[in-house]
Ligand binder design. Sequence first.
Ligand SMILES: *Cc1c(COP(=O)(O)O)cnc(C)c1O
Length: 416
Amino acid sequence: MDHDVLSAFDGTAGELDRADPLAPLRQAFELPKGVVYLDGNSLGPLPKAVPKALAQVIERQWGASLIKSWNDHDWINLPSRVGEKIARLIGAGPGQVICTDSVSVNLFKVLAAALGLSARPAKILSEADNFPSDLYLVEGMNTLLGAAAPAIEVVQTDALLEHLDASVSILLLTQVNFKTGAMHDLAELTARAQAVGALVVWDLSHSAGVLDLELDAGNVDFAVGCGYKFLNGGPGAPGYVYVASRHQGSVTQPLSGWMGHAEPFAFSEHYEPAPGIKRFLSGTPAILSMTALDAALSVFDGLELAQVRAKSEKLGAYLIHLTDAIDDALELISPRDANQRGSQISFRHPLAYPIVQALIEAGVIGDFRAPDIVRLGFNPLFNSFSDIEQAAAVLKTVLMTKAHFEPRLNARKLVT
Ligand SMILES: *Cc1c(COP(=O)(O)O)cnc(C)c1O
């Protein structure tokens, strides 16, 4: 792969862009002039289809049809409809994905559901480098469960396989590491976990939309993922839950709200879970946020994810190629092998925070991840090879001119 990718860099960035079949998709997004946006892995930019879709739902549905919209505009089935759109992006057949709640909340539901399926004494295996919220949720669930809590084993990434034995009942992993971009082999780890009798729970927050995912083919048990990163659903967009069909009849989840009830409008006294994936709903869906995500997903209509992935690999290789050895203190911490990383390139540098601030001032928006990481994410739907070229040039200039030594750039903001 790397060889093919590198041989593609004989041309200039402009030539690479002209040869890029996905280049026209950039027009589907609002992107401020003069900005190179390399943070779509944290908050996707605004797709042009979103304001129109929102205005329509606000004015013509909410405004004109009021509560009748739940039926007349089928708001009640929006979580399923958006779930099915996401299903196509992650290689899931129908009836297994639903759009709902934040990743954190969904992870709680899914973990509890998986625990309920596990017959033997429960133990959750995860990695120390997982996204912190995922581990916090395990802690929260364990506090709630008290004496019935599963054992937790959180190990270094390179020790995962050696700890994956028959004592493990749930393997909980994020496929693409938020700091380094390093990617787990989803099918391989799923198979290994299942070989020792464990269930797998995958967090796809940094995967969906940029990888060619095959959840069904990989025999995945459960997954959750994010709506506002590479899916561009907007700030706080709802996430999604995937539960393999084979588990749906036997799982329950503890946030057993009325929207996950078999008959929400029977208002019966006791909870009875809806058949299928709908039981992973809890409360009333956020129709406006979900409408934004729904419209954002239309950018993927007719797109082959394999093509998106291929461009992502090239963008990453190009960024590595252009930043190689620009400064001794800037250490590449993402895998060089495109097959082993997601859609981001990260560097370690002792002055990472002011470097990122200097980049942002120069119009290259990436982000900082504590304690010392410069993170540049790229989305093949709107990022060009020219973006990558400009980002590399600005990074080089910042380091050479020591623009990041400016004391003002060290003032930490609330959100990094
Ligand atoms: C972004 C992200 C989340 C976000 O969770 P929310 O509850 O939606 O804020 C969770 N897990 C991973 C791995 C993430 O990257």
